[in-house]
Design a protein around this ligand. Structure first.
Ligand code: BV8
Ligand code: ZN
Length: 258
């Protein structure tokens, strides 16, 4: 693990009274779920994620966008939480009151045992009617598995027959008010913010670690690469989450599942 030794990070985590863990797509990379900027694998490669993850794209071609999200939901279903997810759940267990805020739309934190993460960008598992916003059932691949690159016409709302849309926040859409408020509140009152696997490029989510730092919290970053958050991090642990986080938990509490 290059970058600073985990000793200082372990000290900060061990002493912290109020911890926030803030995660991005890098958290799920070792579960085989492509990070957002790599989310266009296979036949989706010909598209630009930022162009596809928009209300305009869904209006223009609902079957293309719905097909992509069905493919991603299916890929997440086949994936498993990794040791990094489990280490985050261990931190929440060992440091009660820890708030987990994620930009990820997968359910791997939940499946690793993290209680109700704050999903700033929604979830692949919460489709809703594009018109009346009523929740819609999550397809269970019973009618066959989504095919890579295939357009899939979205289902219709049982109540008003409008198309169902993915329950994620698209570019140009406001974040869910309650989630953003909870995240800002947690970041404003923590004394340690652990940011893991995010490029820190997408706003307003990328503000969260900066709010914590501005209000005097220590920031520890886990990322194999440099990011704009390097400047506010007291410790930069250069390495993959599934290796760095268990080592950090081990250094503080002697074993992620201890
Ligand atoms: C809004 C859900 C206004 C969908 C997502 C110019 C300046 C500032 C802002 C803007 C601007 N132009 C436009 C904007 C606004 C825009 C924005 O920020 N754009 C960016 C590109 C500049 N933001 C928005 O549009 C937001 N809404 O502003 O609305 C508004 C207000 C009121 C009323 C109406 C409107 C909405 C943004 C939400 C978009 N939705 N996701 C979906 O998933 O399909 S964002 C999506 O990308 C992800 O959820 C994630 O949040 C984001 C970035 O991805 P990361 O999680 O950081 O992942 P990424 O791939 O980028 O990086 C992975 C990192 O992991 C890397 O650093 C890598 O090194 C690291 N890594 C890799 N492997 C590992 C690892 N780390 C650890 N371990 C490993 N093994
Ligand atoms: Zn409806």
């Amino acid at each position: 693990m290059t970058g600073q030794p985990p000793r200082r990070a372990a000290e900060l985590l061990g002493q912290a009274r109020r911890v926030v863990v803030f995660t991005g797509a890098g958290m799920s990379a070792e579960s085989g779920v492509p990070t957002f900027r790599d989310a266009l694998t296979g036949l989706w490669q010909r598209y630009d994620a930022q162009a596809l993850a928009t209300p305009e794209a869904f209006r223009a071609d609902p079957a293309l966008v719905w097909g992509w999200y069905e493919w991603r939901r299916h890929a997440v279903r086949l994936a498993h939480p990794n040791a990094g997810h489990r280490a985050v759940a261990a931190i929440q267990h060992r440091a009660p009151g820890t708030v987990l805020i994620t930009q990820n739309v997968d359910d791997l934190h939940e499946r690793a045992g993290s209680p109700d993460p704050v999903h700033l960008h929604g979830s692949l598992f919460a489709p809703r009617c594009a018109s009346c916003a009523r929740p819609a059932p999550v397809s269970d691949d019973a009618e066959g598995e989504p095919v890579d690159g295939r357009r899939v016409p979205p289902p219709r709302c049982a109540h008003c027959a409008a198309p169902v849309r993915p329950g994620v926040v698209w570019f140009g859409e406001a974040l869910p008010g309650a989630a953003l408020e909870a995240a800002v509140e947690a970041a404003s009152s923590c004394d340690l913010l652990l940011t893991v696997g995010t490029s820190g490029l997408v706003y307003p989510a990328a503000e969260i670690p900066q709010v914590a730092a501005r209000l005097g919290a220590a920031v520890v970053q886990v990322n194999p690469e440099e990011t704009p958050l390097d400047g506010i991090a007291e410790v930069n642990l250069r390495g993959p989450a599934a290796r760095v986080l268990p080592a950090l938990v081990d250094a503080v509490w002697g074993g992620a599942d201890g």
